[in-house]
Every structure is written in C-alpha cells, then in structure tokens.
Design a protein around this ligand. Structure first.
Ligand code: SF4
Length: 98
C-alpha cells in the first residue's frame, strides 16, 4: 500500500469511527423521543385514549403498563407501539401500579 493510499485509508477509518458512535447514539435515544400517540388514530379511539386524563388520580404515569421514567412528560406503552403516551394521558386499559 502506498503512503497516499494508506493516509486516505486511515482518514476514512477515522471518519467512519466518528460516524458510527453518532448513529449508535441516535438509535439508543429513549423511546419517549417518539411521536406522541395520535388521539384520532383507530387504536386510540378504540381505547378511548385521552391526551389529558379525565380523572387526576388515574393517568399513564401511574399505570402499570407505562414504562416511562418518573418525571418524563411521555413514555412508552405496549398498547401503542412506536409512539409515546403522554404521562398525563389515560385510556380504558388503565391498570393501577401495584
Ligand atoms: S394502558 Fe392506557 S393508561 Fe396505561 S399507560 Fe397505556 S395508554 Fe396510558
């Protein structure tokens, strides 16, 4: 390998090493970075999802199915894969945390 090819190879490897960790970081972003549930979606309507709970004592952040971190404004719920539910939302599948 000539010096020029080696330098180009080393430069490309350095650039690749920089890009890979950035993409790994983006892929590891918490799921609450996902879009919020669309209250007009068929799933939301079927579960009577409300972006603001009608009962202050019952909301996603104290539902057993919610897996967002405490204090987060939204988080994942297995009933809405690929979207986040608002911590203050509610749906008819609500189960109080035990
Ligand atoms: S089941 Fe309903 S109330 Fe419980 S976290 Fe999911 S959307 Fe919120």
């Amino acid at each position: 390998m000539t010096d020029i090819k080696r330098r180009k190879f080393v430069t490309l490897m350095g650039a690749t090493a920089t890009i890979v960790p950035v993409s790994a970081l983006v892929a590891s972003l918490p799921s609450h970075a996902a879009d919020l549930v669309d209250p007009e979606s068929a799933q939301a309507k079927a579960l009577q999802y409300a972006a603001e709970t009608p009962d202050a004592a019952k909301h996603c952040s104290n539902c057993a199915l919610y897996s967002g971190a405490e204090g987060d404004e939204s988080g994942p719920c297995p009933l809405f894969p690929g979207a986040a539910v608002s911590a203050n939302a509610w749906c008819s599948a609500y189960v109080p945390k035990g």
